[in-house]
Design a protein around this ligand. Structure first.
Ligand SMILES: Cc1cc2nc3c(=O)[nH]c(=O)nc-3n(C[C@H](O)[C@H](O)[C@H](O)COP(=O)(O)OP(=O)(O)OC[C@H]3O[C@@H](n4cnc5c(N)ncnc54)[C@H](O)[C@@H]3O)c2cc1C
Length: 399
């Protein structure tokens, strides 16, 4: 039996704990915050995320709290026309084996946490921010900010985009602000006029900005996000933003995005970051997962899904590992995941620039590219991402 330390009790850290504990290992999760919670608003889960959740034994619990949407729509905010709609109902679910769903973040985090709490082999330690680690050929010891030490056979840095474990492992500096400001809010559904309600993820693309909305929390709220390509150079995370300031910044959004934006009251602001993909995020008995390993912009809606895939692959590769084999198994995990996650990181940047924000000639080129795509062609395009099985031997296509 291996004893694993996991730094971070977010979606990636809890999924990793579950994956390892379900194959008989012992896990200590060290979380910096005083409680295991996940704040934030809506999150989209594609079938590849559900494949991973099923493997972790929590697919049904997440599905029960999710809204299964019928389509992903891209609208031209300037003309009000639909540019393309990707149907994610019957045929899509049949082809990819699982639904496309939207949930409140806590409705993904809570089932993972409940499942971890139900397993004796998982020890959840809150208020334990990892500050540094040291390792030798046999053990890893993590030291927390308050000076406690925890030792194990391996350490997984699941401590998010500003990972302390990554800083020590790779020393590659802070992540790169993407130059876009995102405003997010949740609107109670009873305040949303019927004509704005739809069982879909809908994205209104304007020149240098977009607005995206979908129902969450069993349909009781509308998740609303508005993104502006404003060159913002400093990372921001969830700072309150005034309603009037949001409306001012999106001065001429067109009738539907305008009506949506006016619904928002309690806005928060982010300036998101990502990194270029790297090939190596493992050294000896220490590895990374989720945003610590491959932080990506939210435009492909895949960061959490990729973290869930990481967990399953890591669990599979460590399932029967003796402690002496841990370094080799972690290298195999890194090798199995780098191509696919790097591809999704690059795709996420491209989607922002080429699909959601182009103007003028670039927007016309986008429209011409999308126009001929029918349902089959659209499903074919997303198959490598949404339909891939989570497997340790897969590369860019699979997990
Ligand atoms: C606006 C937005 C929209 C998104 N939409 C989607 C979507 O639709 N679909 C999707 O799949 N993904 C989406 N994502 C991405 C997704 O949220 C992340 O990829 C995912 O949360 C990564 O999980 P993680 O566990 O790696 O990191 P995090 O969720 O950041 O969790 C890290 C955890 O580690 C803890 N921690 C930090 N430092 C330490 C330390 N030193 N020691 C111990 N603990 C520490 C933190 O408190 C936290 O609990 C979105 C992201 C954003 C910002």
């Amino acid at each position: 039996m291996i004893h694993a330390l996991v730094a971070g009790g977010g979606i990636g850290g809890l999924a990793t704990a579950l994956a390892l504990a379900r194959t008989g290992h012992r896990v200590t999760v060290l979380e910096r915050q005083d409680a295991f919670t996940d704040i934030g608003a809506g999150i989209q889960i594609a079938p590849n995320g559900f494949h991973a959740l099923n493997r972790l034994g929590v697919g049904r619990a997440v599905r029960d709290r999710a809204v299964l949407v019928d389509e992903l729509r891209l609208m031209d905010a300037t003309t009000g026309r639909e540019l393309v709609a990707l149907p994610v109902g019957g045929r899509y679910r049949q082809r990819f084996g699982d639904p496309y769903a939207v949930v409140h973040r806590r409705d993904l985090h809570t089932p993972l946490l409940t499942a971890c709490r139900a397993i004796d082999a998982v020890d959840l330690v809150a208020g334990a921010g990892v500050r540094r680690y040291r390792q030798d050929a046999h053990r890893v010891t993590a030291t927390t900010a308050d000076g406690r030490t925890f030792s194990g056979d391996l350490l997984v840095g699941a401590d998010g985009i500003r990972s302390t474990v990554r800083a020590q492992l790779l020393g590659d500096g802070p992540p790169r602000p993407c130059g876009h400001t995102i405003y997010r809010t949740l609107v109670p559904m009873e305040r949303v006029p019927r004509w704005l309600r739809r069982n879909a993820v809908t994205l209104w693309a304007g020149p240098g900005w977009h607005v995206v909305h979908y129902p969450v929390a069993g349909g009781s709220c509308l998740n609303l996000a508005a993104v502006l390509d404003d060159g913002a150079a400093e990372a921001v995370s969830g700072r309150p933003a005034e309603r009037a300031a949001v409306l001012r910044r999106f001065a001429d959004p067109g009738p539907v995005p305008g009506a949506l934006l006016r619904l928002g009251e309690d806005w928060r602001r982010w300036v998101l970051c990502d990194r270029d993909p790297v090939d190596v995020w493992t050294r000896g008995r220490v590895t990374l997962t989720g945003d610590a390993a491959h932080p990506m912009l939210q435009y492909a809606a895949q960061g959490a899904c990729q973290a869930l895939e990481d967990a399953v692959v890591l669990g599979d590769l460590l399932a029967d590992a003796p402690t002496t084999d841990v370094p080799q198994r972690l290298e195999r995990y890194n090798a199995a995941r780098r191509e696919r996650t790097g591809r999704v990181q690059r795709l996420s940047r491209e989607m922002g620039a080429r699909l959601y924000h182009p103007a003028g000639e670039d927007a016309r080129a986008r429209d011409a590219l999308l126009r001929p795509l029918d349902e089959d062609a659209l499903h074919h395009r997303v198959a490598w991402l949404h339909g891939a099985p989570v497997r340790a031997d897969a590369r860019g296509g699979g997990g």
